[in-house]
Design a protein around this ligand. Structure first.
Ligand code: DC
Length: 224
């Protein structure tokens, strides 16, 4: 009998450190790390580039046949491709964050991306992060973590990250964007951001990066 594969779902709001913590924890545990937000970002990037009306779910949905987002693992590191082009860097721009949040509220977009996410988890030991992994994508995941921190702390972390990349912005702008995205992500009709009933709540407000990674690794190991 092949060994049973392990899925760990990490959900939470913007800037909770999901990606960096999950990536590090995956490395330590020998799992594949999957950042599902990158798929929504790739769809958002396409819609942004092609001039979609981002307030029109019908316009966004009508473009889906032209969009082929793909997760490719290169030496265990995730790259995101859009119609064959590596867009791993471009999808991180603040305007694409807003576009990703808009497209993620469109039910047809969520349906189109669902199988892709489940297939990766069906073939690998994964730590998958997103908003609806524990609730919708992998409801049977052995480990579910809801990772969060106070909004100001998350905004400061995101602001520092953007500054380090040379993106011109202000803390106030980052905090306002973060609050808007959290509100929209938690209030959409389909697969809203919420803690799964069986998820462990991990608040990293008072923790540094290393402590947060240790906490997540400990929760995962305890559940295995
Ligand atoms: O995690 P992120 O910031 O890269 O995600 C970008 C957007 O995609 C976010 O605003 C919400 C959406 N998203 C989602 O709806 N479901 C997921 N599983 C992952 C991301």
């Amino acid at each position: 009998m092949p060994e049973k594969l392990i899925s760990a779902a990490i959900d939470g709001p913007v800037g909770a450190g999901k990606s960096s913590i999950a990536r590090t924890a995956a490395k330590r545990l020998g799992f594949i790390y999957v950042d599902t937000g990158a798929l929504y970002r790739a769809v958002g990037l396409y819609c942004h580039r092609s001039g979609a009306d981002m307030s029109s779910p019908a316009d966004i949905a009508s473009r889906l046949p032209e969009i082929k987002p793909e997760i490719r693992l290169c030496d265990g590191v995730q790259h995101i491709y859009l119609n064959g082009e590596d867009v791993s860097e471009e999808i991180r721009l603040p305007e694409i964050s807003m576009a990703a949040s808009a497209v993620s509220a469109v039910p047809e977009v969520r349906t189109a991306l669902l199988d892709m996410q489940r297939k990766i988890a069906a073939e690998n030991n994964v730590i998958m992060d997103g908003r609806d992994i524990g609730t919708v994508v992998l409801p049977d995941a052995q480990v579910k973590i809801f990772l969060t921190a106070a909004p100001e702390i998350r905004a400061k972390r995101r602001y520092d990250e953007l500054c380090a990349k040379g993106v011109q912005t202000t803390f106030e702008e980052v905090l306002a964007d973060l609050n808007k995205r959290d509100y929209d992500d938690s209030h959409r009709a389909v697969a809203p951001l919420k803690q799964a009933e069986d998820a462990v709540l991990a608040d990293t407000s008072g923790l540094d990066f290393e402590q947060s990674c240790e906490l997540v690794c400990r929760i995962i190991k305890e559940k295995l």
